[in-house]
Design a protein around this ligand. Structure first.
Ligand code: DAH
Length: 337
């Protein structure tokens, strides 16, 4: 057998050896006293003197190769054996049980679901929009004047001149109306961003649910009815609701919606700062300029909108006193829900 054929055969035999015994047989076949490689080395002394150096080099190379391939294969066999020992370890019924660290739904996700179920039950469908938003949708199309203070970089995280992290879910109103014709009744839920200084009731990332209803004869009475039904479904039928005049560029008239404090039932406590009322959402009748921006005729259509702070709802429902806990990733907090 010439050197090339021998090398091929060595590689093949070692490669296909499927256990310690087979590997040992292979070792003996090539490196044993009567082995093929050993034979080559022995033949050197019978060769003509001028061929000996070349023959020696070739034989030694084959010997070294065989040794290192055997070594390599041995560790592969050992690893496989250890692996199978690990998997075959018998079941130990005395070990402590799994500690129950399974995943669970985040408390905000639970609240989102509850809100969604209530609104869907009232005939709203779901819409959504991007968190990285154009200045146009976040402000301009919503009738914010150019010099409006909330466009200031102190409140808004700008990404480029005309792109930002949305500061509210209201831009979804505009996006949805651009793509759809009335009548429409939608909610849009999601995360919003503001460059706030952080404290127990202010976070730079929080969550809103936006509502929008547009048709030919929508009135303030429709808004009041839906908001009342929604709040009473969420917090119980004894909860009272009040509308306070307010201002938003994209609604006219605008109202802030308060509900009786669920902690003290309206008697006055530290949560509601002794007022008996909790501020829950902004709302109003869609401003004609918003309709114009999306190509709706404000002479034909009217609508109401509202925006609800989801974190605040969760805090009220579960008695949570620090908004920062929601995104803090503290398992001791998260596992309570
Ligand atoms: N976008 C407002 C905010 O983030 C909340 C809001 C107020 C939304 C009135 C509305 C609305 O849809 O009609 O403060």
């Amino acid at each position: 057998m010439d050197a090339d054929a021998l090398e091929k055969s060595i590689r093949h035999d070692i490669d296909t050896a499927d256990g310690y015994d087979a590997l040992e047989q292979t070792r003996i076949k090539y490196l044993g006293r009567k082995g093929l490689v050993t034979g080559l080395l022995k033949d050197i002394k019978d060769a003509p003197p001028d061929e000996r150096p070349k023959l020696g080099a070739v034989s030694n190379k084959l010997k070294k190769l065989t040794e290192s391939l055997l070594e390599e294969k041995l560790s592969v066999l050992r690893a496989a054996q250890q692996g199978s020992r690990f998997y075959k370890k018998p079941h130990d019924a005395t070990l402590p049980a799994h500690d129950g660290m399974t995943g669970r739904r985040h408390v905000l996700a639970t609240v989102f679901r509850e809100l969604k179920d209530i609104f869907v039950g009232m005939g709203y469908t779901l819409a959504s929009g991007p968190m990285v938003e154009l200045e146009y949708y976040n402000f301009q199309a919503l009738n914010f004047p150019d010099e409006h203070p909330s466009r200031d970089e102190q409140d808004t995280f700008y990404i480029t001149d005309d792109m930002l992290l949305r500061t509210h879910t209201s831009p979804v109103q505009v996006r949805y109306m651009e793509e759809n014709k009335p009548p429409l009744k939608i909610i849009a839920a999601g995360r919003v961003f503001r460059n706030e200084s952080i404290d127990p009731s202010h976070a730079a990332e929080f969550h809103q649910v936006e509502g929008l209803y547009v048709d030919t004869d929508v009135s303030l009475a429709d808004l009041k009815l839906d908001v009342e039904i929604f709040i009473q479904q969420l917090f119980g039928s004894k909860t009272q609701v009040r509308f306070r005049p307010s201002f938003f560029p994209f609604t006219e008239p605008s109202a802030e919606v308060d509900m009786t404090c669920v902690v003290c039932q309206g008697k006055g406590c530290s949560v509601c700062q002794q007022t008996g009322w909790i501020e829950l959402m902004g709302s109003g009748m869609v401003h004609p300029n918003v309709f114009r921006a999306v190509g709706y005729d404000p002479e034909i259509y009217s609508g109401f909108a509202f925006g609800l702070g989801v974190d605040r709802v969760a805090m009220m429902k579960y008695g949570i006193d620090d908004i920062r806990l929601f995104l803090g990733n503290d398992l001791r907090f998260l596992r309570q829900f």
